[in-house]
Design a protein around this ligand. Structure first.
Ligand SMILES: [Zn+2]
Length: 292
């Protein structure tokens, strides 16, 4: 059985039908938690469609390409915070030319990171359809996609079928400490990408130390937190996100212990996320705001 068939049986069946009938819709939105394989599935579907069978046969004239010329993946370039309008315009130019085969796919990774201009450019593109183009938006934050775009897409939800096995497979070999394994398992349920994001047990223990310093009441722990942020997070937005993810799960699983103060922390985390990902403030200051 194909890997994707095991992981997302319903979606596999649905798109097998699309491939068999060789009739793809104008636009899809693939949504679900980070790190579970939505983008890979989008590429897999596109390759299958061009081949004519799902999974792709692997030896026909369409399958010979390592990178198929009719599949474009638009993603954020390194150092960019958002998916800029210029990338969307580039994609629209790509759509303008006749396909090499008979069809084109344009896949947007992290679609929620588009700017207002990006969304408007995309909307125009979807509204003036070329018969041979399918757009696939991939996102973990469907709430960030404007309704004008959503209403023109077929929504496809992704969630691994046997989630625990999926997580345990990924954790294998990465963590030895049993406490950490069970903690990471809990966190992964809220955000599966955490397993890919955290590179080592050492990194996880650093994050854990930060959380314990942040919630401690003694002032000297607070200064420890500030030191850890300075030393470990510095300007790294991705690490700051990881910290917030882990912190959220920590609060969820310790709600009893913190009672009313856990609500205060929730509010602070919510604000921190907005500062981090909407206003793009300095990660160091964002995290420091949690304890003051
Ligand atoms: Zn093929």
């Amino acid at each position: 059985m194909n890997f994707f068939e095991k992981l997302f049986p319903e979606n596999f069946r649905f798109f097998s039908e699309v491939v068999r009938n060789s009739s793809s819709s104008r636009a899809y939105i693939f949504w679900g938690p980070d790190g579970i394989g939505k983008l890979s599935f989008a590429k897999f579907f596109a390759r299958s469609f061009l081949c004519g069978t799902m999974p792709p046969c692997g030896f026909c004239s369409q399958c010979v390409f390592e990178e198929h010329p009719d599949i474009l993946v638009v993603s954020r370039k390194e150092g960019d915070e958002r998916l800029k309008a210029e990338y969307i315009r580039e994609a629209i130019r790509f759509a303008r030319f006749q396909p090499y085969s008979f069809f084109k796919f344009i896949i947007f990774s992290e679609a929620h990171l588009m700017t207002q201009q990006s969304f408007s450019a995309l909307l125009k593109a979807i509204e003036e359809p070329k018969q041979y183009v399918t757009y696939i938006l991939v996102t973990s934050k469907i709430d960030f996609i404007p309704p004008t775009i959503l209403s023109r897409c077929i929504r496809v939800r992704f969630f691994p079928k046997d989630f625990n096995t999926f997580v345990m497979e990924k954790l294998k070999g990465k963590f030895q400490n049993e406490n950490f394994v069970s903690l990471v398992q809990k966190i992964a349920f809220a955000n599966p990408s955490i397993i890919d994001m955290i590179d080592s047990e050492e990194e996880f223990s650093k994050i854990w130390e930060m959380i314990e310093s942040a919630v401690a009441e003694k002032p000297e722990f607070k200064s420890n937190f500030v030191n850890l942020v300075e030393y470990y997070i510095d300007q790294d937005r991705e690490k700051a996100r990881k910290f917030l993810d882990v912190f959220e799960v920590f609060l969820l699983s310790n709600a009893e212990k913190f009672k009313s103060s856990s609500i205060i922390f929730w509010e602070k985390l919510k604000k921190a996320r907005i500062m981090l990902d909407t206003y793009f403030m300095n990660p160091k200051f964002v995290l420091a705001s949690i304890i003051f």
